[in-house]
Design a protein around this ligand. Structure first.
Ligand code: GLA
Length: 402
């Protein structure tokens, strides 16, 4: 491990271990999705997180008249707003080194803009995050066709993925923190995928300024699953400019190179000596203009990095991001084996964000923890198959500090 990476990642191992202990999936499974269970936990004399129960307000309607709720929650110095539409993080406020808050996630002000958008700002992504080549895969001898919505490929679950569904949301306050349980049942055959998928996602804000996401899913037929969150971060504040000065560290010696349609070639290439080497930490923009075929194909970074740690039972620290000017920083711990780092290449000045400012290329970046893209067609990649009787479980934590 290089010295600078050790510096960036140092000092949080204890924090992660502590949050993992109280926030394991077993504990999440205790929550039956009722507010009373949450209250009961606090009443039982456990160390309370000190937070208030999240509240909701209306956030417009879908074209068919269905109401969308916006939930507000706060704990440990994080303030978050979440939409029932797509489980979307509409706003994420954290303090800088002087305690000044800014919304560090790209988003919109109205439901109409979310409905029209194709950027997945803040959204919960499924049934399969990232791309499946030609929208096709074969499982147990049957070939399935998914809607194609990204050139020849299926991206982020198809035309009506989990980011465009209304989630059932139940708030809680318990010893793990303040949070929301989001539930959605995806019908057998929805967007071409086999099996009824019952999904539960828990967002928790802990007392020590961590946002934890726990994903769980079960199926009644063999299927493929890859759930993630598509928050675009700008730690200087959304709408404040580009993220090229943010320092990014990725604990990955390899990444998955792509073809012209952004599908992995199947190779796990070494990052050493390429613009893809973020192991020692460097500004996002340092090498982004290098004449490099991979950067050219994606118009910047839009690739999957392969974490050295692989898949793990407990979340492990694998990435760090820091805005040197404001001092706002985050570290990412995950159970997942990879991350899609997307440098906001397709933001083109046509969208107006939450605070009324226009988003241009590079004005936000996404770090989507995940299994590798196109895994259902890549036998050498870790499997994304879920079978009846198994439970899909992954956890990702964003640890903020300044
Ligand atoms: C993911 C993809 C990108 C892009 C964004 C949304 O990050 O990898 O290519 O499609 O979603 O614009």
């Amino acid at each position: 491990m290089s010295t600078s990476r050790r510096n960036i990642l140092a000092g949080v191992a204890g924090t992660v271990a502590a949050t993992a202990t109280v926030g394991g999936t077993a504990h999440a499974a205790d929550r039956t999705g009722t507010g009373s269970a949450a209250t009961g936990a606090a009443d039982a004399g456990r160390p309370a997180a000190g937070g208030r129960t999240p509240t909701k307000e209306p956030f417009g309607k879908l074209p068919d008249g269905t109401g969308v709720d916006r939930w507000s929650l706060e704990n440990g110095g994080i303030r978050m707003k979440v939409l029932s539409y797509g489980g979307t993080i509409q706003s994420l406020e954290i303090p800088d080194r002087f305690g000044r808050y800014a919304n560090v996630s790209l988003g919109y002000d109205t439901i109409e803009e979310y409905l029209a958008g194709t950027t997945y700002f803040g959204a919960l992504i499924g049934r399969y995050g990232n791309r499946i080549a030609k929208g096709q895969f074969t499982l147990d001898g049957t070939t399935y066709q998914l809607p194609v919505n990204d050139g020849p490929n299926s991206l982020h679950g198809g035309t009506q993925g989990f980011d465009k569904r209304i989630w059932d949301i139940t708030p809680f306050v318990d010893r793990s923190g303040v949070g929301l349980v989001l539930e959605y049942v995806s019908a057998d055959g929805e967007m071409g995928y086999p099996g009824t998928l019952t999904v539960r996602v828990t967002y928790t804000l802990t007392a020590d300024r961590t946002w934890r996401i726990e994903y769980e899913a079960t199926t009644d037929k063999p299927t493929v699953v890859n759930l993630t969150n598509h928050t675009y971060f700008n730690l200087a504040g959304e709408g404040s400019g580009d993220i090229y000065g943010h320092e990014l560290t990725l604990d990955a010696a390899r990444y998955t190179p792509i073809d012209a349609t952004l599908i992995p070639t199947g190779e796990l290439a070494q990052v050493r000596g390429t613009p893809f080497d973020f192991r020692a930490g460097k500004p996002v923009g340092r090498d982004i203009r290098t004449g490099n075929d991979q950067l050219h194909k994606a118009q910047g970074y839009d690739h999957n990095w392969v974490f050295d740690k692989g898949s793990t039972d407990e979340p492990k620290l694998v990435a760090a991001l820091r805005d040197p000017e404001s001092g706002r920083a985050l570290r990412i711990a995950t159970t997942e084996p990879g991350v899609q780092f997307y440098s906001g290449n397709f933001l083109d000045g046509t969208l107006t964000g939450t605070s009324g400012r226009i988003y241009r290329q590079g004005d936000g970046l996404a770090l989507e923890t995940q299994h590798f893209p196109d895994s259902p067609n890549q036998p050498s990649f870790p499997s994304t198959v879920l079978r009846p009787g198994e439970t899909y479980r992954t956890t990702t934590e964003y640890l903020f500090h300044a």
